[in-house]
Design a protein around this ligand. Structure first.
Ligand SMILES: C[S@@+](CC[C@H](N)C(=O)[O-])C[C@H]1O[C@@H](n2cnc3c(N)ncnc32)[C@H](O)[C@@H]1O
Length: 185
């Protein structure tokens, strides 16, 4: 078969939106077979920054993890891949971020290891029947890194009601994380 040349630009756009790497059949030239793309489920690459954060979290297979300000969900997806019976809930106040996080984590969500919710952390409440979380993290989220102290106070108040008594909270700005305490009254 004659090498048909590079893929149509529309296909390149489609592939770049996938949450995992898609590869074409390797037989023949690099572009061969692009009319029927073979998709390999290889986890999307995670930045060294996010990987360092996830590596530093005290995760257990059964952890119940809450990520505040998940953005497009790279860290949450990486955490979900390390959980067994545990669960991660990724929250963000932005509808666009939540949509992206959901779209990128269809497999983990279907497997029950991850869920995504749109809420501001200062309004976060457990839903009926939802179990409290034992590990919380927030990376580059202004409410918790000292940029917005009043919002930070309200978030901590909410977390006190949504976490187990021994839950731990981590934010960026350490090496790579630093721990904050969740005030208990
Ligand atoms: C700079 S981005 C960081 C995203 C991701 N954590 C990362 O490190 O790549 C901050 C994210 O936190 C979200 N965010 C900021 N304040 C928030 C709050 N009070 N409650 C929920 N989400 C918040 C923003 O919508 C945004 O998606």
């Amino acid at each position: 078969m004659e090498n048909p040349g590079p893929p149509h630009p529309k296909m390149r756009q489609w592939k770049s939106r996938l949450p995992f790497r898609a590869s074409t059949t390797a037989s023949g030239g690099p572009w061969r077979g692009h009319g029927s793309v073979m998709v390999r489920r290889v986890p999307a690459s995670v930045s060294p920054r996010i990987l360092a954060v996830v590596d530093a979290l005290p995760l257990r297979p059964d952890s119940r993890v809450l990520e505040i300000g998940c953005g497009p969900g790279a860290a949450a997806r990486t955490v979900a891949a390390r959980l067994g019976t545990g669960h991660i809930l990724a929250v963000d106040r932005s509808a666009a971020a939540v949509d992206q996080a959901r779209a990128g984590a269809a497999e983990a969500i279907a497997a029950g290891r991850m869920s995504v919710r749109r809420t501001a952390a200062q309004d976060f409440v457990l839903e009926p029947g939802e179990q409290p979380y034992d590990l919380v993290f927030a990376i580059r989220v202004g409410g918790l890194d000292g940029r917005h102290p009043e919002i930070g106070r309200r978030i901590l108040e909410r977390l006190a009601h949504a976490t187990t008594p021994d839950a731990r909270l981590f934010i960026d700005g350490g090496n790579p994380l630093r721990e904050l305490s969740i005030p208990r009254s």
